[in-house]
Design a protein around this ligand. Structure first.
Ligand code: ZN
Ligand code: ZN
Length: 347
């Protein structure tokens, strides 16, 4: 599995005319090597791969990483990488520009004197966007647990309960199952739900109220993310109408999803529908985000996203309408792009 990821990376590097690549983003290091330690850097070249780490991890890395030459870094990481790159006769060396602080980039430049350093973005992010079978299995397991916890905790919702006690219950359920929350659980009731990333607070749920629950866990390194709405007692016609529009926008977007479709068009499908119903300004964020090792990763599903959908993408579809003073409605599912359309994993 790890070696096929490196093979895919090597193909991409050839296209970019790079004969070496430094991986410094810790999640990308994890993705390429399967190694869960920290403070490690990978150097990929055409025919040899290196894993640089310090004395805390070197023994474990040497045992576990067969596709890499594991090197213990004694004094300078940059020097160790530069020596290995020179040894492999690397001429154009890519690095992850979003992940290297300016000061470190300056230091690298002085260590790599005869090697051209080429800034890149999203090289491994784009590989990670397409999930393999093992990843899909793990994401499904993470979602299964999140759904179970959603169901269990939603049964507690009743007048008098505070938002924080809902969020706390979610946290405890995940911990009891050997998982942890992927992000701060959102339990936003009534008018609090108009803030897309509301924090669970001390507001008590009322009779004839509504609650937005947005939660997910990390299980076996993979994330889940689901939003559902719950009500106590009767709901107003306004609330019902908004729910219907958001649900329809969600369904319209999901119907559009299949390989080859422009990502921006999927966002537009939901957004234009909400706009046509008179709530154009009430849906401010993008339609969705990729999910996997991180809760937010490639691909971003927004109007400014370039590119098209590919089989194996896993991302959220989360249209919403937020009305300050009234509250918000969001419905969020995770989909897997298949050869013929998509599978809603959170259904
Ligand atoms: Zn969410
Ligand atoms: Zn989300």
């Amino acid at each position: 599995m790890m070696s096929s990821r490196i093979a895919l990376l090597n193909n991409d590097l050839t296209k970019r005319r790079l004969d070496g690549f430094i991986v410094t983003d810790p999640v990308n290091v994890k993705y390429l090597s399967g190694f869960m330690g920290h403070d490690s850097v990978i150097l990929v070249t055409a025919n040899k791969n290196y894993f640089f780490t310090d004395s805390r991890y070197v023994e474990e890395a040497k045992k576990g990483l067969k596709a890499f030459e594991v090197q213990l870094v004694n004094c300078s990481m940059a020097k160790s990488i530069a020596e290995a790159a020179a040894d492999r006769k690397v001429k154009r060396l890519g690095f992850e520009a979003m992940n290297i602080p300016y000061a470190v980039a300056e230091r690298l430049k002085s260590s790599f004197q005869n090697i051209e350093l080429v800034p890149t973005t999203d090289v491994i992010g784009n590989l990670r966007a397409v999930k393999d079978r093992g990843e899909i299995t793990r994401i499904k397991a993470s979602i299964k647990l999140a759904k179970l916890v959603m169901k269990k905790v939603s049964r507690m919702i009743q007048p008098g309960l505070t938002e924080t006690s809902i969020a706390r219950a979610v946290e405890m359920e995940f911990i009891n199952e050997g998982a942890k929350t992927a992000f701060d659980t959102i339990a936003a009731s009534g008018p609090n739900s108009s803030m897309p990333h509301a924090r669970a607070g001390s507001r008590k749920i009322l009779a004839n109220d509504f609650v937005m629950m947005d939660m997910g866990c990390v299980l076996d390194n993979y994330c889940s993310d689901i939003t559902r709405m719950f009500t106590t007692g009767r709901s107003s016609n306004k609330y019902k109408k908004i729910c219907e529009i958001v649900q329809d926008a969600h369904d319209i977007a999901i119907k559009k999803i299949k390989p080859g479709v422009s990502i921006a068009d999927v966002d537009a499908a939901a957004r234009d529908y909400i706009k046509s119903k008179g709530f154009g300004t009430a849906f401010g964020h993008s339609l969705g985000h990729g999910i996997g090792l991180e809760v937010h990763e490639e691909p971003t599903i927004s109007g400014s996203s370039a590119g098209t959908l590919k089989t194996g993408f896993v991302f959220t579809v989360e249209p919403a309408i937020y009305l300050p003073g009234f509250g918000g409605v969001r419905i969020e599912d995770v989909v897997l792009v298949t050869d013929s359309g998509c599978e809603v994993l959170t259904r």
